[in-house]
Ligand binder design. Structure first.
Ligand code: PGA
Length: 247
């Protein structure tokens, strides 16, 4: 039954980050063994800062938390400054008491992407599934690296990146030159995301407004992967006013 996405519109990006961090830290306080799904990119940066601040202020330990990340560039080592493993270590993990061996990011140098992806799915299942998957969304409504047209029940796999995503990630925030951006990634599938017990998607800024409108009130279609979240029974979007402008 589509149309179940709960939408919270907050005053600005800082308010979104504080609210999202509140959700994550409360979850860990209530369930110290929580299994979290996490994104990278610009969207989670402030939220991760707030998670660190709030968990310290409230004495919430991440020592028993397990995490899985959405995706990783294929061909980059976890030591590469633009790898998502490096992003996670720098922006979040090293500031928490989380055990690095409980944090899972695809190995971008895996010799067999198929084996790496199958093992990732098995690890999620072995942990009992994801309690909360924290998500961003692309300007083309992609979720992780599931570009438009990706199957709704897709699992972890190696995918080519779209030109739109390569352009978005070489605008100077991450890579300076489109030629530096890897052409493939390992990503969880939309089915992997939809299996999580809760979804929390954040979007800020007018560049995301069209993707948000298509996801919340558009038809459920693989052309706009975010719209598939309408099928999830517990999905919240936290938005600033600019990202909510099309609703
Ligand atoms: P961003 O990317 O957080 O850097 O805007 C989100 C995404 O592409 O999914």
């Amino acid at each position: 039954m589509p149309g179940r996405i709960k939408v919270q519109v907050l005053a600005d990006a800082d308010a979104v980050a504080r609210a999202a961090a509140g959700v994550i830290v409360s979850l860990v306080r209530d369930n110290p063994d929580a299994v979290l799904g996490l994104p990278t990119g610009s969207t989670p940066e402030r939220t991760f800062e707030e998670v660190v601040r709030l968990s310290r202020a409230e004495g919430v330990s991440f020592a028993k938390v397990t995490t899985f990340n959405l995706d990783e560039y294929f061909g980059l080592s976890g030591d590469h400054s633009q790898s998502y493993r490096a992003f996670m270590n720098e922006r979040l993990f090293k500031h928490l008491d989380i055990r690095l061996w409980n944090t899972h990011v695809f190995n971008g140098l895996a010799r067999s992407p198929e084996d790496e992806c199958a093992a990732f799915e098995r690890k999620i299942a072995a942990c009992g599934g994801i309690d909360l998957w924290f998500l961003g969304i692309g300007t083309n409504a992609h979720i992780a690296f599931n570009e438009p047209g990706s199957p709704a029940d897709g699992r972890s796999r190696k995918v080519p990146l779209s030109e739109a995503t390569i352009a978005a990630n070489s605008d100077g925030r991450f890579f300076k030159d489109p030629n530096e951006v890897p052409r493939h990634a390992l990503t969880v599938g939309l089915g992997t995301v939809l299996d999580a017990r809760r979804l929390l998607l954040l979007a800020m800024g007018e560049k995301k407004a069209a993707a948000i409108a298509a996801s919340v009130k558009g038809p459920v279609t693989t052309d706009a992967p975010g719209s598939l979240l309408q099928h999830h029974p517990d999905c919240t979007f936290m938005l600033d006013r600019a990202a909510a402008a099309g609703l």
